[in-house]
Design a protein around this ligand. Structure first.
Ligand code: NAP
Ligand code: MG
Length: 405
């Protein structure tokens, strides 16, 4: 079989623990036999991040700016215990945080659906993608515990020293106050990432906030979205046959629960934090969630939403053949290869990405799956729980057959 050629390399970011093991197996069994893979390889595994003083993470993000499409393996975000375990020089920052700061992106998370694993909400027929704003609000807040009677005020001092003041509350007794902020520039880049992503997948975009209560703060989000939509995206949305609409967060929640799915839901930072965990759980499993970081300039970084599956890795180190689910990591590869195919006009590569995803889903739907899915399985055929390696081999066999047909 002729292998499919690529033009521009993908930025490949290798990672840690069990997902690093799966990464190598996916490349060996599902990519290399079919594609003449071109990548710029960056080893974001913790030992190499430590050796390079974390420069490798910055280099990988810069490469993504240059080349446009990256695929990333899950990585350890070190804590005190990891500093000891890996004898680190420093407690390095979260690689995802570093990459997001450089690309200024928004993360979109979508579940991978298979028949046989039914969402808890029975009307959901298609995936719902969450886009969470990743800057500001309570995640960058300032709080004071008020000890007793007194006045709490908001004071803004401009560059010339002029003050704007507003009373928050005149306290009769003890209480609490909190200051939060956001930036027009950050909200605008969030909006552009959302509109751009909706166009790239051809799905409607919803955005929700609470502007009826928060008449200046949340209203600013609503206005920025609307201004950017009207001036930059309305015509393209109409041409693509998709819509944008704003609604209150409580109305959005009610609509989501009775929807059939198949849209993107843009959320403020806190709403996105909470709602993404609810959606992931209601759709099935973290091992079936994809994640893509989209920059406002149209760069894409694909990964799985889960971590490095440490508990499985320790069993792997003891010689056990684990049944860790590689599906989301396979979809990170297929997502990146498909996007590369689109940008470079390589139909073969796009078709390969489709075939890889189909072979993966068909394998599961035929009853062959990892243990986490077997536990959730409600399909007609009985589930056979296999090791990761056996699962990947079964997908490879189907893929080979499909591509030769
Ligand atoms: P995790 O790696 O997502 O795993 C948590 C648990 O979820 C696992 O122990 C396993 O449950 C289950 N699970 C997750 N993915 C699975 C898969 N593919 N197949 C089967 N089961 C799966 O989260 P964590 O244990 O909290 O974090 C581990 C490391 O990952 C940490 O060092 C953290 O910093 C890092 N992390 C990285 C990213 C990223 O790079 N994007 C994201 C999150 C966490 P059972 O053990 O019950 O089978
Ligand atoms: Mg959370």
């Amino acid at each position: 079989m002729d292998r499919i050629a690529m033009r521009t390399p993908l930025v490949e970011m290798d990672g840690d623990e069990m997902t690093r093991v799966l990464w190598a197996d996916i490349k060996e069994l599902l990519i290399a036999p079919f594609v003449e893979l071109k990548t710029e390889y960056y080893d974001l595994g913790l030992p190499h991040r430590d050796e390079t003083g974390d420069q490798v993470t910055i280099d990988a993000a810069e490469a993504t700016k240059r080349l446009g499409v990256a695929v990333k393996c899950a990585t350890i975000t070190p804590n005190a215990q990891r500093v000891k375990e890996y004898k680190l020089h420093e407690m390095w920052k979260s690689p995802n945080g570093t990459i997001r700061a450089i690309l200024d992106g928004t993360v979109f998370r979508a579940p991978i659906q298979v028949s046989g694993i039914r969402p808890t909400v029975r009307t959901w027929e298609k995936p719902i993608t969450i886009a969470r704003h990743a800057y500001g609000d309570i995640y960058k807040n300032t709080e004071i515990r008020v000890p007793g009677p007194g006045r709490a005020e908001l004071v803004f001092t401009d560059a010339e020293g002029r003050e704007t003041r507003a009373l928050i509350h005149a306290f009769d007794g003890p209480g609490i106050v909190q200051g939060v902020h956001n930036l027009d520039a950050s909200i605008a880049s969030f909006a552009r990432s959302c509109f751009g992503y909706a166009l790239s997948v051809g799905q409607d975009l919803w955005f929700s906030a609470k502007d009826t209560i928060s008449k200046t703060y949340d209203h600013r989000f609503k206005d920025i979205f609307q201004e950017i939509f009207d001036s930059e995206y309305r015509a393209r949305f109409e041409a693509a046959g998709i819509t944008y609409f704003y609604t209150l967060i409580d109305d959005a929640v009610a609509r989501v629960m009775r929807s059939r799915g198949g849209f993107i839901w843009a959320c403020k930072n806190y709403d996105g934090d909470v709602m993404s965990d609810m959606l992931a759980t209601a759709f099935g499993s973290l091992a079936m969630m994809t994640s893509v970081l989209v920059s406002p300039n149209g760069q894409f970084e694909y990964e799985a939403a889960h971590g490095t599956v440490t508990r499985h890795y320790y069993r792997h180190l003891q010689g056990e053949k684990t049944s860790t689910n590689p599906t989301a990591t396979i979809f990170a590869w297929s997502g990146a290869l498909r996007k590369r195919g689109e940008l470079d006009g390589l139909d073969d590569l796009r078709r390969f990405a489709d075939a890889l995803e189909k072979a993966t889903l068909d394998t599961i739907e035929a009853g062959c799956m990892t243990k986490d899915l077997a536990l959730l399985w409600q399909g007609d055929t009985p589930a056979v729980s296999v090791t990761s390696r056996e699962f990947l081999e079964a997908i490879a066999a189907r893929l080979k057959e499909a591509l030769q047909a």
